[in-house]
Design a protein around this ligand. Structure first.
Ligand SMILES: [Zn+2]
Length: 93
């Protein structure tokens, strides 16, 4: 049994080239059980997305979404994210 079952209260953030896609975490249920087919650009962003959550993922999120997304990430408490560590690594790039 999976440790984490989607409850529909979180969002899935997927970095694109110059944008961030936001989908309800239940999108997987909509796809699997209701035949929902997300837009092509969302699918290709998802397929090239680094593992969630990982530092490369958070770097890509900030890179794609800009500084404003750092606030969103913090607000949504995007789990296991150490913003100080991200900030340090980001500044040292
Ligand atoms: Zn349903």
């Amino acid at each position: 049994m999976p440790l984490h079952l989607p409850k529909g209260t979180n969002n899935l953030l997927v970095p694109g080239e110059h944008e961030v896609y936001v989908a309800p975490e239940l999108i997987l249920h909509y796809i699997a059980d209701h035949g929902y087919s997300p837009p092509e650009e969302f699918c290709s962003a998802l397929l090239s997305c680094p593992e969630i959550p990982s530092m490369p993922y958070f770097w890509r999120l900030v890179e794609a979404g800009g500084d404003a997304w750092q606030r969103v990430i913090r607000t949504e408490r995007l789990r296991q994210l150490d913003m100080a560590e991200l900030g340090d690594q980001w500044r040292n790039e």
